[in-house]
Design a protein around this ligand. Sequence first.
Ligand SMILES: NC(=O)c1ccc[n+]([C@@H]2O[C@H](COP(=O)([O-])OP(=O)(O)OC[C@H]3O[C@@H](n4cnc5c(N)ncnc54)[C@H](OP(=O)(O)O)[C@@H]3O)[C@@H](O)[C@H]2O)c1
Length: 255
Amino acid sequence: MTTPFDLDDTVALVTGGSRGIGRAIALELATAGAAVVPAARSTTELEAVAQEIAADGGDALPVTADVTDPNAVADAVDRAEAEFGSVDVVVNNAGFNPDDALGRPEGVSTADFERTLGVNLTGAYEVTTAAARSLHENDGGAVVNVASVGGLVGLPRQHPYVASKHGLVGLTKSLALDWAPDVRVNAVAPGYVSTDLTTELESNDRLRQSILDRTPLDRFADPEEIAGPVVFLASSAASYVTGSCLAVDGGWTAR
Ligand SMILES: NC(=O)c1ccc[n+]([C@@H]2O[C@H](COP(=O)([O-])OP(=O)(O)OC[C@H]3O[C@@H](n4cnc5c(N)ncnc54)[C@H](OP(=O)(O)O)[C@@H]3O)[C@@H](O)[C@H]2O)c1
């Protein structure tokens, strides 16, 4: 029996697929039946994810690539196509937040600002356009961008990150218009998720509590709780969904 959530005969490229949310997305896509190409800079962690997928009977090709390097991105898409024949789903998850280095906006250098946009926004653009031809082939593909609640509202002392994630939500909407009806383009906006990115935040009692006070579900998410909504948006269960940004934030933005 198949369901609209099945991703059999689908090839999914997941940037930042080596750990945290991206790792959970890669594993969940594989569980749904997709062949998965996790991409990141760290080879060892990527290979561990691929081995986990293979041990569960799935197909995976780990590809070392920095999303800020157009040649590496093109190579990742080429390798995915050579191994599996196409790229049907792109999940732009690679990202970082240099917030602890930040103070007042005027203290942030243009170079640091651009570095954040380079990974979180331009990197996603690079990967998506590199896969464009493949995404448009067959029955059409799907792009899922991992934005943030910082792509929906402002956050203090994080303006490069917030600008990059607002940009990513804007890119999602624009590409959805330009690529309809062939390719669907959506985003998720996670709230606070327990990963390496938030370890410091979670271990600071005052900051942690201030986040929980604003989170109706009263906890940080597990990475797996972001993966399910991504699989939904990648699958034909979301066949009439494009240009949307789904908040996966425990109710954080509902206040
Ligand atoms: N954790 C949260 O609370 C939260 C909330 C909202 C949104 N998000 C977003 O979710 C995404 C994943 O975050 P996470 O918490 O899972 O972070 P994480 O644990 O730090 O993982 C980040 C992933 O991105 C990869 N990456 C970073 N820079 C890269 C680059 N230049 N090229 C290729 N890969 C790169 C990392 O691998 P390498 O270092 O090996 O390259 C790693 O696989 C990010 O876009 C983040 O903004 C996270």
